[in-house]
Design a protein around this ligand. Structure first.
Ligand SMILES: O=C(O)c1ccccc1NCC(=O)[C@H](O)[C@H](O)COP(=O)(O)O
Length: 392
């Protein structure tokens, strides 16, 4: 049964139905202004779990007075009310702008029949981020935040990820290596078929990596949170970055629970209000945040948050998958790049680093650290691969 403006209500499981229409707080895209979205009232989905509101209560207590005063969304535990100007700068739409293709709603479900094209992810990062709601809901079903937070207290203490990078740079005068443990990626498919995360992590450490980045996304990278724990349990002492697509505080707790010392926050995904809030959560757990940007505009936005200490510049264009180190050069030569240098922030050059020339080029751009995945992980002897990469 088609309702007004393309709202189609499926009666298959329904006896009676009324669907409310209102602004949707989740999507961040100008198109949403042209048409009202649908508010989900009940049924299965993210808001089915009571753990997110519980989670927020916990996070509030775990962080500062300042964050306590921020109103938060019941759905995600993140603060509401970011300015529309800031929303425009966020490249990634957090959710399909017109809701999911099918929306369970109590005893019925409804379908949005218009705007099918706008409702498709525009790039791989949107596709990944949209799937996170499903993934996080399942995680919360298995372990509500209250239990997760209790578990976090028993996790091994966090190591200082940022200090490790700074020390290496000072000692070696070469960029400190964050070596990535990743089996596959959306752009390359399977990179290492004989993937053994512990063997690779040990080889990276033996080769001289300062820190490790561990992909935890299962669907798109064939990663796992359990790799963090396995690598720690095997005695690897390098601080560990949880390479995840974070949209909620719950994921930060999960990372700490599994032993991560640092976590990635992607500016293209997170408006500043979310970034600032997540940074407080990260700090409250004793971890470091690597805040990743792709453009000067994102860097400018990120630099307005005083808590940012570690910035990553990703050379991969997430629309085309094209990788060029010129991105790092361009951004580091911009006024925002200059501000990073003036503030003595550690900047990490990420993606597309294959040779000693690439290492040197990134260092000349002003990066004190590099994050390297493919060129090391594809080799069957990653220890030697690191030594070759650094000309040692
Ligand atoms: O690598 C991808 O295909 C990808 C797609 C969408 C989001 C992120 C993606 N990669 C994550 C990374 O940025 C890299 O794993 C990391 O920077 C290392 O890059 P590389 O040395 O080129 O493997």
């Amino acid at each position: 049964m088609a309702g007004p403006s393309g709202v189609c209500v499926s009666m298959s499981r329904a006896r009676g139905v009324s669907v409310s229409r209102a602004h949707c707080g989740g999507a961040r895209h100008p198109s949403r202004r042209r048409s009202p979205a649908i508010i989900r009232r009940s049924g299965r989905g993210l808001d089915q779990s009571s753990s997110s509101s519980l989670g927020f209560a916990f996070v509030c207590r775990a962080t500062t007075e300042e964050s306590e005063s921020m109103p938060a969304s019941e759905e995600t535990g993140l603060p509401k009310g970011e300015s529309s100007e800031e929303e425009e700068e966020v490249f990634i739409r957090r959710r399909p702008p017109h809701g999911r293709p099918r929306n369970p709603c109590g005893p019925i479900d409804f379908v949005v029949t218009d705007y099918v094209e706008e409702n498709e992810p525009r790039n791989i990062l949107e596709e990944i981020v949209w799937y996170k709601d499903t993934e996080i809901a399942a995680r919360k079903d298995a372990m509500p935040l209250t239990r997760l937070a209790a578990g976090v207290k028993k996790a091994p203490p966090p190591r200082d990820f940022l200090a490790a990078l700074k020390n290496t740079y000072k000692e070696t005068n070469q960029p400190a290596l964050i070596a990535e443990v990743k089996k596959a990626s959306p752009s390359k498919g399977v990179i290492q078929p004989n993937f053994d995360p512990v063997r690779i992590a040990k080889a990276y450490e033996a080769g001289g990596a300062t820190c490790l980045s561990v992909l935890t996304d299962e669907k798109f990278f064939q990663g796992s949170f359990s790799y963090l724990r396995e690598i720690r349990a095997a005695g690897v002492t390098c601080p560990l970055l949880c390479k995840e697509f974070v949209v909620e505080p719950y994921q930060v707790f999960l990372a700490r629970f599994y032993g991560a010392d640092a976590i990635l926050l992607i500016a293209a995904v997170l408006p500043n209000s979310d970034l600032a809030y997540l940074l407080k959560v990260v700090k409250s757990l004793g971890m470091t945040a690597l805040v990743e940007v792709h453009t000067e505009g994102e860097l400018e936005r990120v630099l307005s948050i005083p808590e940012v200490e570690l910035v990553g510049i990703n050379n991969r264009d997430l629309g085309t998958f094209e990788v060029t180190l010129e991105t790092t050069k361009r951004i580091m030569e911009s006024k925002q790049g200059q501000e990073c240098k003036d503030r003595d922030l550690v900047v990490v050059g990420e993606s597309g680093i294959f040779t000693l020339d690439d290492v040197n080029f990134t260092q000349e751009c002003g990066c004190r650290s590099i994050l390297v995945g493919e060129s090391l992980v594809k080799e069957n002897d990653p220890e030697t691969a690191i030594k070759t990469l650094f000309g040692r």
